[in-house]
Write a protein that binds this ligand. Structure first.
Ligand code: NBP
Length: 480
């Protein structure tokens, strides 16, 4: 046995993580892939890494020092289960199986339990940053036991991205906590991308600016409070010219956005948890809407607004859009953290919200300066009930809300779809409203289903005899 860590699955993510691990002082990395060709390519192209390569899983396991630690980077789902089964049959008590794929956190909870019953450690970990992050430093979100993290923490820290001198890794919580937080990260990423796309669309349609000019606007925004990887790459994409046609690349890319499922998982789980992640949900639905060519073609002749829309003061409008983007982004993150709080409560995880914001500052897709403000907010008040009520965010929204309203109103009048902007504003107005029409909904529910209601002026549960004399009775399900 010669390797202190192994990697199973040498596609894009696995091979880059293996190279990242091998480049760190003190690591010897064992590698294995179901199909030998991938292993052969990796060791041939990267002799400097000093990989210990195996053709069989048995050889691979034998090449690992005890307690063994193997990082699985294969296709999530059945592939992961197959590799876990193979490793579990050969691993011994105290060995650690790490799943760095995009597993659904409930699968991770199940796998951790099964491994624990066999005396093995199972660490499901979120890894964000794509190919580049895997090679040069991802954001790492490990779950699993505290004991396993003792061994893995230093290894993870050595390969993670570094933000303001700190490695982007923290022990998120037990069993599926890491994959849960990675799922929410991806959900927030969906919302962030959709908001940026809506900002681009509004500016383009509102001012007639060309993509390259809008690239300059985004590059400028990237110097301020919106500074983030996604704003930065948006400028790059908008500046790109298609070599074949000479047109802006964004104009020749088919406007149907796909998704790999983690955004959908975020929304599905938020629905189960009863948490309104409307910004994320609208982003997922916007991609779904875009990918319905038959329906879009059929609907394309439906009428839009009668009056053409023009923006009088372009500079003011662009600044309004910037503020609307920032306010909507605060809502999306606030909702994402609400889901983390609810998930932690339901699954029994002790998740430090401020630490999560910290490890997202580097390596991952949503890395942004703004995350420091989230860490500050949770450090100042760990029990903060809603992120958007923290003093910094409250002030930011206060400064942005008039612009936000203008932009959403403009978009509605002009017939420009801005589902994430407008749903974020609706969420903001809903959550801050002293009184909601939910009272009427309760009345309706009581009318057709005798679902009962509570009153603002006294304790108890009540029902109106709608099909009788319409007097109110105190319900048997009374809370007295
Ligand atoms: P893929 O998700 O494309 O998976 C390909 C790998 O899975 C190959 O090594 C393949 O082996 C192996 N594999 C499969 Br498929 N079925 C297997 C089985 N039954 N037994 C053993 N191995 C099996 O690779 P990837 O894009 O590198 O992603 C790896 C993981 O990382 C995924 O869970 C992904 O969701 C996650 N992730 C990806 C990114 C990203 O940006 N791509 C970012 C973060 C996380 P073979 O060579 O023999 O076919």
């Amino acid at each position: 046995a010669t390797a202190n860590i192994g990697v199973v699955g040498l596609a894009v993510m696995g091979s880059n993580l293996a190279r990242n691990l091998a480049s760190r002082e003190g690591n010897t990395v064992a590698v294995y892939n179901r199909t030998w060709a991938k292993t052969e390519t990796l060791i041939t192209e990267h002799p400097e890494a000093g990989f210990v390569a195996s053709k069989t899983i048995e050889e691979f396991v034998a090449s690992l020092e005890k307690p063994r630690a193997a990082l699985i980077m294969v296709q999530a789902g059945a592939g992961t289960d197959a590799v876990i089964d193979e490793l579990s049959a050969l691993f011994e008590e105290g060995d650690i199986i790490i799943d760095g794929g995009n597993a659904l956190f409930t699968d991770t909870i199940r796998r951790e339990k099964a491994a624990r019953e066999k005396g093995l450690n199972f660490v499901g970990t979120g890894i964000s940053g794509g190919e580049e992050g895997a090679l040069n430093g991802p954001s790492i979100m490990p779950g699993g036991s505290a004991e396993a993290y003792e061994k893995l923490g230093p290894i993870f820290a050595s390969i993670a991205a570094v933000a303001e001198g700190e490695p982007c890794v923290t022990h998120v919580g037990t069993d599926g906590a890491g994959h849960f937080v990675k799922m929410i990260h991806n959900g927030i990423e969906y919302a962030d991308m959709q908001l940026i796309a809506e900002a681009y669309d509004l500016i383009r349609q509102g001012t007639g600016a060309a993509p390259a000019e809008i690239a300059d606007i985004f590059a400028e925004w990237n110097k301020g409070e919106l500074e983030s990887y996604l704003i930065e790459i948006t400028a790059e994409v908008l500046r790109q010219t298609d070599a074949e046609t000479g047109k802006p690349l964004v104009d020749v890319i088919l406007d149907q956005a796909g998704s790999k499922g983690t955004g959908v998982w975020t929304v599905q789980n938020a629905l189960d948890l009863g948490i309104p992640v409307s910004g994320i949900a609208e982003a997922v639905f916007a991609r779904a809407l875009s990918s319905k060519p038959a329906q879009r073609a059929a609907a394309s002749s439906l009428p839009g607004p009668a009056e053409p829309w023009t923006v009088d003061d372009k500079a003011t409008f662009v600044e309004d859009v910037r503020r609307a983007l920032y306010a909507s982004k605060i809502v999306a993150y606030s909702q994402g953290f609400d889901a983390i709080i609810a998930g932690a409560e339901k699954y029994g995880w002790d998740i430090k919200k401020g630490e999560i914001a910290k490890i997202w500052r580097g390596g991952c897709i949503i890395r942004a300066q703004f995350l420091n403000r989230i860490t500050d907010a949770y450090n100042d008040d760990p029990e903060l009930v809603a992120l958007l009520t923290a003093p910094y965010f409250r002030a930011a929204i206060e400064g942005a809300q008039e612009s936000w309203r203008q932009v959403v109103a403009h978009a509605a009048k002009a017939g420009i779809p801005s589902p994430a902007f407008s749903s974020s504003l609706a969420y903001y107005d809903g959550i801050r409203a002293p009184r909601l029409p939910a009272a009427l909904v309760q009345g309706q529910r009581d009318f057709f289903g005798a679902h009962t209601y509570q009153r603002v002026d006294k304790e108890g549960t009540f029902h109106t005899l709608w099909s009788g004399d319409r007097t109110e009775i105190e319900s048997a399900g009374s809370s007295h």
